[in-house]
Ligand binder design. Structure first.
Ligand code: CP
Length: 309
């Protein structure tokens, strides 16, 4: 593994290897992540051209726990605002001896672009590009599902909300189908479902109660207003009435169903606080698992046996 840019096309064995390796960084029963100096002497640079709380901080913690030197470039105060191109920014960071770029960008394909044109010894991790892909988020979600439910094969998983604008949903669908999940459902209004999504191996539902009936996992998504054209903007109140996850609605899922959300959550828009903070919610466990999963991916790419493929 040289770069980690997308889940699409990766073989199931590789996804399982990431999950297995992430297990090794988690100490049970307190689920604290172990330190492992596999990246000592390496320099990881976080390049976040779009805002982030969970992804940026957990990448930083993961790199530190692996013994790497970590730098966070603050794009708002960087010379990108003076007209420096993305590639020139990359060239200058290469001159500071970067070994890995963790890239988030509003434009789909930005991490691929950097991976294509950066120096050959550098690895690139995609931390979210436009609506396209957020592969480490999907892997931490898979890790959380496996931790809570064991095998993927018997599971019914519903992804609910603004699928059209969600890079997380795309990566989750690729991961869930690659791992042979029993059924993957998408539950959303017609205006928030990408055309032809059935070809990705999902079943589409437009009624919330029907879509989450008897599922094992409910994954809620926020309305990505920053990526919507004004004409598509649904009213928050209307959206919550039709698709908001309330305690009453959650009763349609299996009694032991888990509730997930990649964050940030918008309380009272896609999820009621009593569900977000309730017994079935694993939302904050997802965040914690992000550290171990990112440690796993980074160490597979740059650790002693990394970088081969
Ligand atoms: N899930 C996620 O990507 O959250 P952030 O935008 O806070 O990184």
């Amino acid at each position: 593994l040289k770069h980690f840019l997308t889940i699409e096309g990766l073989p199931p064995l590789l996804l399982e290897e990431i999950l297995d390796r992430a297990e090794q960084f988690v100490t049970l029963p307190n689920k604290q992540q172990k330190k492992a100096p596999l990246l000592r002497g390496k320099t990881v640079m976080n390049l976040f051209f779009e805002n982030s709380t969970r992804t940026r901080v957990t990448f930083e913690i993961a790199a530190q726990r692996l013994g790497a030197d970590v730098t966070n470039l603050d794009i708002r105060t960087s010379s990108a605002s003076k007209g420096e191109t993305l590639l020139d920014t990359v060239r200058n960071l290469e001159a500071m001896n970067a070994d890995m770029f963790v890239v988030r960008h509003e434009h789909a394909g930005a991490a691929h672009f950097i991976a294509r044109y950066c120096a050959p010894h550098i690895s690139v991790l995609n931390a979210g590009d436009g609506r396209h892909s957020h592969p480490t988020q999907a892997m931490l979600d898979m890790f959380t599902i496996r931790q809570k439910k064991g095998s993927f094969q018997p599971l019914k998983v519903a992804i609910v909300g603004d699928v059209l604008h969600s890079r997380v949903a795309r990566s989750q669908i690729h991961a869930l189908t690659t791992l042979a999940t029993g059924e993957v459902r998408v539950v959303a209004p017609k205006t928030l479902v990408p055309a032809g999504i059935e070809k990705m191996g999902v079943n589409v539902f437009h009624h919330m109660e029907e879509g989450i009936e008897d599922v094992d996992v409910v994954i809620m998504l926020r309305l990505q207003r920053e990526r919507m054209q004004t004409a598509l903007l649904p009213s928050e109140r209307e959206f919550f009435k039709l698709y908001g996850l309330t305690e009453a609605r959650l009763k349609h899922a299996k009694p032991d169903a888990i509730v997930m959300h990649p964050g940030p959550i918008n309380r009272g828009v896609e999820i009621d606080s009593r569900v977000a903070d309730g017994m079935q919610s694993v939302i904050l466990e997802q965040v914690t698992n992000g550290i171990a999963v990112r440690m796993a991916v980074m160490s597979m790419i740059m650790g002693p046996q990394g970088g081969a493929a």
